[in-house]
Design a protein around this ligand. Sequence first.
Ligand SMILES: [Zn+2]
Length: 619
Amino acid sequence: MNHSEEIKAKLDIVDVVSGYLNLKAAGSNFRATCPFHNEKTPSFMVSPEKQIWHCFGCGKGGDIFSFVMEMEGLDFVETIKLLAPKAGVILDDKDFSQDKNKNRSLEILELSQKYYNFILTNEKNKNDNIIKIREYLLGRGLDLEAINRWGIGYSLNSFDDLSNFLKSKKFTENEIFLSGMSVKNEKGRHYNRFRDRIMFPIKDVSGRTLAFTARVNPFAENNDKSMGKYINSPQTTLYDKSRILFALDKAKMAIKEKGFVIIVEGQMDAITAHEAGFKNLVASSGTALTIAQLNLIKRYTNNLVLSFDQDLAGLAATDRGVAEALKMGLNLKIISFEGIGAKDPDEIIRQNPEAFKRAVDNAKNIIDYYLTEESKNVDLSKPELKNKSVHKILTVINMLYNKVEQDFWLKELSQKYDVNEDSLREEILKIGKKDNKTNISASTKNKGKNFIQQEKADAKSRDDKLFELLLALIFRFPQIFDYVVNNLNLEYILEKYRKLYDLMLVYYNENNKKLDYNQFLAYISTKEDYQDASFSIFLNKIGLLADFYLQEQDDSDLENKIKKEVTGIILEIKKLYYKNLVRNKKEELILLEKRNDKDEISGVMNDLKSLSEELKKLE
Ligand SMILES: [Zn+2]
């Protein structure tokens, strides 16, 4: 057994998934609302018996590894490493050599974090500077425990102490450089990137240090004019600022519990907030949220409460993050700090945590916030200003994913601004059209267009759906297989399902009319044609589809219901078969008519006639 097989054998998918999602029992399976797409009714299913999961809403599915990969944003090797200790599996390093550079960087960052933290917290260290910094942090509400919780440290005013320490741990100059911890001068000499700064580690969802934010020593600010108050690690193979939400590792469970996330801008805001008990809070570390950050947060919740430092008036309409979030169907609320008299969450929380809590509780839906702000700040008696303001709000309403919600806010806008609702609808249509022309990237593609594409895809896959359901029902109720065989000629089965169907039948006949899903998988896993990933996702889907399809049914008289269902499917498959033949013959006929080939035409006409009769018999 290799590592991944061993982990799979020792961990139960239900245990692992329920660490992230609220699973509810559904027959012999479990279900939940899907963490990978926006939905109200659960389409996400997990099978303890088959050790697989599948979402019938967005089509994602797989095993324990693919779930954790998606959820944590990790690659396969990282996922193995995350799960191995939970399974009690010891990994031997040579299997993971392709990942060596990343690992070395991770080790360097981990060691650096511990090194900085030790310098700051070691009580034997009576250095004046360090004592002052400890006092400074304490003044900000960070005692020793909090400092250790966040892994905060201090970098000495030295060019080589950290490098020397790391070299003593057998890391090379180049490895240290690649991890972002050193810089090179023109002569190619390496020296410490961070000197005389308070060091805040930036961690990924799993709590691994990927980078640092470094605040200048507050007592030496005048000495360091060339650099900013805060500097960050550079982008490395590990660290990409746009893909990190600061404090998510600490916040993820609280976000799930509370059902929403508070997003602030600054990392210091996040630390202060967590220490004051606001645990479902992360920092974007910048003004606009990126798509990667939104996808990350979507795994935990669809409800975002945003806290912007600056005055928001006019911001939402231009903020890319807000636009993307609305288009993704996320619910946005905005915190208003009006009347509180502080400039950012950090300050408010330190002055009055209750005020922050109230501000969060009173956070307004983004459109509502916008309506209030605009009507307060704009002189609506001036038609020009009013028009402009209406347009601004309509732009944001247009971004809403949900049409019902759009409708609601159009009515609100109409009332608040005393504008005819129909005119607003006309106006928003114009905005929508303009939007279509300007937005071409996949993620901002117009919803209407996507919807049509979706419809087309659905129409095209109608045959597929029938066959998928048929195969799924056979797996779930092998006793119907004989009935299917007797009532569905092989010629009716679409070419692409034929091979699988044949294999199922062979297996079924060779195994005493039994068709156990797991054993069947083991049986075909030796066959080369079935090694690729898309096929295994397909088989996952087939493995759960019957239960998903039948979940609203009660168990009484199930046998008969299934038989009825299968009879219906077989009939549909036959109809499709004849419809396809009729269509082909018609196309042939058009060609022949162009050529004026009379003999052939009458032959095809006869075929068409008998095919149509067959079809009629079925209908
Ligand atoms: Zn889904």
